[in-house]
Design a protein around this ligand. Structure first.
Ligand SMILES: NS(=O)(=O)c1c(F)c(F)c(S(=O)(=O)CCO)c(N[C@H]2CCCc3ccccc32)c1F
Ligand SMILES: [Zn+2]
Length: 263
């Protein structure tokens, strides 16, 4: 499809001209205005299966020009949703080295330093993510807010390789690890709503689950993420740093946004 960026002439205000869904309804991310949300006491805790990958497995860490992504095997899945949703990849959104505000979802207007998304597809109904990506029940994404704080050994399992994928379309194989360690401890506290991909083509195909509790990475780890990557190719004469890769909050309209907690 047509090229798109987060800033400049191909930035998010222009996405709808090449990607009509981006100008449509049910868009993501959104701001969670907690006074307006609906507390649903029996929303079941998220249950994940086979997230504890063996170090003998290898995952592909790549720079796709829009984010850093880690491929995930489809035998990892979410078992607590109406259908089985199998893992496809995880990726990040962040600000810049001096802008510690780069999350996509916000809470009462508060933006976190970064946000991780673990993308899953409905493997009961669709054979792969490409067939699922534009279906109303196609995708389920787990969102995790990231704050600056203690060093995070789980993130370092792949952050330490980030200098091997500095430029667009570079990829390396990294040893797999326990992906559950990237999620917050409490999987029973989350926001839930129907939304979309936050990048073009912005299909309204995502059941969003954004966990209440952030995880931390150290300032040094965050700087590695925010300063190592380029959206341009290694041979490009004008290198374009990859940062600020977050879409602004969209209108909630008449959507009901649920929360599984009320304290
Ligand atoms: N925020 S978000 O909506 O979760 C989100 C992103 F922000 C994001 F950058 C990506 S991307 O890295 O693939 C680059 C642009 O599509 C995705 N990819 C998904 C949806 C598109 C098709 C596809 C195919 C295989 C694996 C993953 C995906 C994405 F879902
Ligand atoms: Zn994302």
């Amino acid at each position: 499809g047509a090229k798109w960026t987060y800033n400049g002439p191909d930035g998010e205000h222009h996405w709808p001209s090449n990607y009509p869904f981006c100008g449509g309804a049910f868009q993501s991310p959104i701001d969670f205005q907690t006074q307006l949300l609906r507390y649903v006491p029996n929303l079941p805790p998220i249950q994940v299966q086979n997230y504890n990958l063996s170090a003998h497995e290898q995952l592909t860490l790549s720079n796709n020009g829009h984010s850093v992504q880690l491929s995930l095997p489809p035998h990892m899945y979410i078992s607590s949703l109406p259908h089985r949703y199998s893992a496809a990849q995880l990726h990040f959104h962040w600000g810049s080295s001096n802008l510690l505000t780069g999350s996509e979802h916000t809470v009462n207007g508060k933006q976190f330093a970064a946000e991780m998304h673990v993308v899953h597809f409905n493997s009961e109904k669709y054979p792969n993510i490409s067939m699922a990506v534009d279906k109303h029940d196609g995708l389920a994404v787990l969102g995790v807010f990231i704050e600056i704080g203690d060093f995070n050994p789980a993130f370092d399992k792949f952050f330490k390789y980030i200098n091997g994928i500095r430029y667009k379309d570079q990829k390396i194989q990294v040893p797999a690890f326990n992906i559950r360690q990237l999620l917050p401890a409490a999987l029973n506290e989350y926001y839930r709503y129907d939304g979309s991909l936050t990048t073009p083509p912005c299909y309204p195909s995502v059941l969003w689950t954004v966990f209440r509790n952030p995880v931390t990475v150290s300032h040094k780890q965050f700087l590695a993420l925010a300063t190592a990557l380029y959206a341009s190719y290694a041979q490009d004469s004008a290198p374009m740093p990859l940062h600020g890769n977050y879409r602004k909050p969209q209108l909630t309209d008449s959507r009901v946004v649920q929360m599984s907690f009320n304290d």
